[in-house]
Write a protein that binds this ligand. Structure first.
Ligand code: AMP
Length: 425
């Protein structure tokens, strides 16, 4: 089989790494890819948003299966375009990807179909939104409706903060059209957990639990990022809790999408918060998480390709997934200054020394090639991902590997996995 992976981050590197191990696969292309991905796939210089270019490439190369990483391409309709040309592609249609593309849509769907989520109201008019927040308790949460590269959510502790964010979104239009509407919702407290599931629109195949770490600094301090690390499995998610999440959230959302005439196929990612009143949904994403995919795929024993293929062919009921009996931790090394401004093009040293470690993979998230040398090329640079018998072992291995890697200004959280270890002890 010939496979095309769309995207250029750590998630896509993990997908390429896993897919390259499949005996079913002869050739992998990745568009646009990165220097890490280039070790297992041929990188093609087409941007992930260039749907026409990707389609023409897939047609010409007779690609058997395309796997899409980033949400923008899904929300822009890459799956519809490929299916229209009878090309097999893993991911939801444009109408189905709206579950990530519009928070107003997702929240309204949840309310209509009784899926547990924070109480909320939607506003299109700033004055009315401002009036509403004077009647709310604090903290409260303000969310821009559309895609905002993970930056469209604000936890507001005071009325002043809420007013400022409403002005930024609705008057200054910092997110342009993505801020035409806002969701104002109740603040929920509890542990955050992600559950990803593969679905063909009928059968649902939940994957193991993961916890992401969005805040930039230890102890969940500082501004949110794309994700500074993840671990899996999450000890808080007992078998009973996993079952209740499937029964009360995953199965209902897939049925709801079918009823709304937006049949959902691909990965559905439920970002959850485990409150005293049970699990509630913070958001749905229409794709594999980043860096959640890195830890999940490091733990997956079975071949990923049959799972992807059976989803595309509506035969997920027959699929099977085996997990290695291990835990995994991914620690993101980020550029100095990230998530604000940072330098690019700084040489990275130590990458070759990781290859001798059997239990560690370094997934490239934002790297470039300069004069034959690998340099930094993004905010999140490397996802140092390790497996171990338990979270503590995996954590030790990941942080051990980090000691071998360096670039000017590199920073990373020192507490990825710590919450899991505290939950066990
Ligand atoms: P979202 O993109 O909706 O998942 O929001 C990003 C992050 O904001 C989440 O991972 C949470 O940490 C936080 N968040 C979002 N909604 C809420 C809420 N209702 N209560 C508390 N925290 C929230």
């Amino acid at each position: 089989m010939k496979i095309l992976i769309v995207g250029s981050g750590g998630r896509e590197h993990a997908l390429a790494w896993k897919i390259a191990q499949s005996p079913l696969v002869k050739k992998i292309f990745c568009a646009p890819g990165n220097p890490g991905i280039a070790e297992v796939a041929e990188c093609v210089d087409i941007e992930a948003e260039n749907i026409e270019g990707l389609y023409n490439f897939a047609m010409k190369q007779k690609i058997d299966l395309t796997v899409v990483g980033p949400e923008d391409a899904l929300v822009a309709g890459i799956v519809d375009k490929f299916r229209g040309g009878h090309l097999q592609i893993f991911g939801p249609s444009k109408r189905a990807a709206t579950i990530e593309g519009s928070k107003v849509f997702a929240k309204t769907l949840m309310r209509k179909h009784g899926i547990p989520t924070a109480d909320f109201r939607v506003f299109e008019d700033m004055k009315q939104a401002k009036k509403h927040v004077t009647t709310c308790g604090f903290p409260l949460v303000i969310k821009a409706d559309g895609l905002a590269k993970g930056k469209g959510v604000f936890i507001c502790k005071t009325l002043d903060e809420a007013n400022k964010h409403l002005e930024d979104i609705m008057k200054e239009r910092i997110f342009a059209h993505a801020g035409d509407k806002v969701v104002i919702e109740e603040f929920l407290s509890g542990e955050e957990v992600s559950i990803l599931a593969v679905t063909d629109g009928n059968a649902i195949f939940p994957l193991s639990s993961v916890q992401d770490h969005k805040a930039v600094y230890d102890g969940d301090k500082g501004p949110n990022t794309g994700g500074m690390g993840a671990y899996s499995p999450v000890p808080l998610i007992t078998t009973e809790l996993q079952f209740s999440i499937e029964e009360n959230i995953l199965v209902p959302v897939i049925h709801a999408m079918k009823q709304e005439n937006r049949p959902y196929k691909g990965v559905i990612y439920a970002g959850l918060i485990i409150t005293n009143a049970g699990p509630k949904v913070l958001e749905f994403n229409a794709r594999f998480g980043d860096p959640e995919t890195q830890v999940l795929l490091m733990r997956m024993k079975s071949d990923l390709v049959p799972l992807l293929l059976s989803t595309v062919k509506d035969k997920l009921e027959d699929a099977e997934v085996e997990w290695n009996d291990c835990a995994s931790v991914c620690v993101v090394m980020a550029s100095g200054g990230y998530p604000d401004k940072y330098k690019k093009g700084l040489p990275i040293s130590g990458l070759e020394t990781i290859k001798e470690l059997g239990n560690v993979q370094v997934f490239h998230a934002g790297t470039s090639m300069k004069d034959g040398k690998i340099t930094t090329g993004g905010g999140r640079v490397l996802g140092v991902t390790a497996v171990g018998e338990n979270i503590q072992d995996a954590q030790r291995a990941a942080y051990g590997a980090i000691q071998r890697l360096s670039f000017e200004g590199a920073h990373y959280r020192r507490d990825i996995g710590a919450k899991a270890i505290n939950q066990i002890h």
